[in-house]
Design a protein around this ligand. Structure first.
Ligand code: 4BW
Length: 149
């Protein structure tokens, strides 16, 4: 099998793997948790990006974070869903790359992150790259290499 470094697959730009911003379910920092939970449940995703009104990435919000935030001492407190904003609960550490980052970098981030956010040089959100797209491509590539040898 050809050496992965020689084939330059690891240096390939990730641009072609981006799911564009228009197709990515997202919420805004000042949305209520109730709104975020509706978007998460209706979209079917576990976690989604939080973007401000200028399309800058501010964080990620997940179903687990929302559920955790409404659990009181001994009971679930659903009132908190409309009293709390996304900004109060979201995580502000996330994996993010520029669109010209190499495949290798995205693949390495995807070990611990189901999706990676992509920004342009001015920090505007361009979309996401999912772990499944990266692994699907890598699997296809390795299969082709195996057939050639
Ligand atoms: O609605 C779905 N449609 C499809 N085609 N597949 C789905 C859907 N929901 C889940 N899946 C599958 C995907 O294989 O389950 C995996 C885990 O989903 P997640 O994490 O836990 O919600 C999905 O794997 P993936 O495509 O590699 O996506 C990884 C993560 O990226 C998802 C979700 O957090 C995020 N994501 C993917 N597409 C998104 C998105 N977030 C917002 N908008 C999108 N369009």
């Amino acid at each position: 099998m050809q050496n992965l470094q020689e084939a330059h697959i690891l240096q390939q730009p990730i641009e072609s793997f981006i799911i564009s911003a228009e197709e990515v379910a997202h919420v805004q920092p000042d949305n209520s948790l109730e709104h975020a939970l509706l978007v998460l449940v209706k979209s079917g995703y576990t976690a989604i990006p939080v973007l401000d009104t200028t399309f800058k990435l501010r964080g990620l919000i997940s179903k687990a974070q929302i559920l955790d935030s409404i659990i009181g001492i001994e009971k679930i407190e659903p009132d908190r869903l409309h009293k709390t904003t996304v900004a109060e609960v979201m995580s502000t550490t996330f994996a993010c790359v520029k669109k010209d980052a190499p495949f290798e970098k995205a693949l390495s981030y995807s070990i611990n992150n189901p999706f990676i956010c992509v920004e342009d040089d001015r920090g505007s959100f361009l979309g996401i790259i999912t772990r499944s797209k990266l692994l699907g491509y890598l699997s296809g590539y390795l299969h082709e290499q195996k057939k050639k040898n």
